[in-house]
Write a protein of this length. Structure first.
Length: 170
């Protein structure tokens, strides 16, 4: 998972600081992912998973590597909070979209929210990483299965990648 983020970083290598949106519907594991990134790249303790609560608004994580700065914006995914997502699109250089791969009953909502984000003109051309999260759970679907389910037509127009991950254990 973290090598994918490095690849995303290299794709945008011309920037010394870039902003990455972490989007997805609620309880997909966005904040757990952010905490894992911070603990891995900052060599510090992130919040333990049992202390992570749903994001109301925004969580920010900053990581520096090789004189470059990555600023991660973890935005709340509850239906009432999704309207604030677009306020961050203009400054975003890339998007990580997290989906709970162990909860197929929520795939349609996740797909709808992602499609709406991808249609926004400020995200046109932004690289996209879709994470099939919660691979540590036995009932999760693979990244390939999730990609087939989402069947996103607009992905042909941008750099994108699907990856199976577990934000919980890295």
């Amino acid at each position: 998972m973290f090598s994918l983020l490095y690849g995303l970083w290299k794709h945008l290598f011309s920037k010394t600081e870039f902003h990455v949106l972490i989007l997805g519907i609620d309880k997909a594991g966005k904040t757990t992912l952010l905490e894992k990134l911070k603990s891995t790249y900052l060599n510090s303790e992130g919040l333990p998973p049992d202390r992570i609560v749903p994001t109301v608004g925004l969580n920010i994580g900053r990581v520096e590597a090789s004189n470059n700065k990555l600023v991660f914006w973890d935005l709340g995914g509850q239906p009432g909070l999704r309207s604030i997502w677009e306020k961050y699109y203009e400054e975003a250089h890339a998007v990580i979209y997290v989906i709970d791969a162990a909860c197929p009953s929520r795939f349609e909502d996740a797909k709808s929210a992602l499609e709406k984000a991808l249609r926004h003109e400020d995200l046109q051309g932004a690289p996209l990483l879709i994470l099939a999260n919660k691979q540590d759970l036995s009932d999760s679907v693979s990244a390939e299965e999730l990609a087939r389910y989402l069947d996103l037509k607009k992905l042909d127009e941008r750099v994108y990648m699907f990856e199976a991950v577990s934000a919980y254990d890295g």
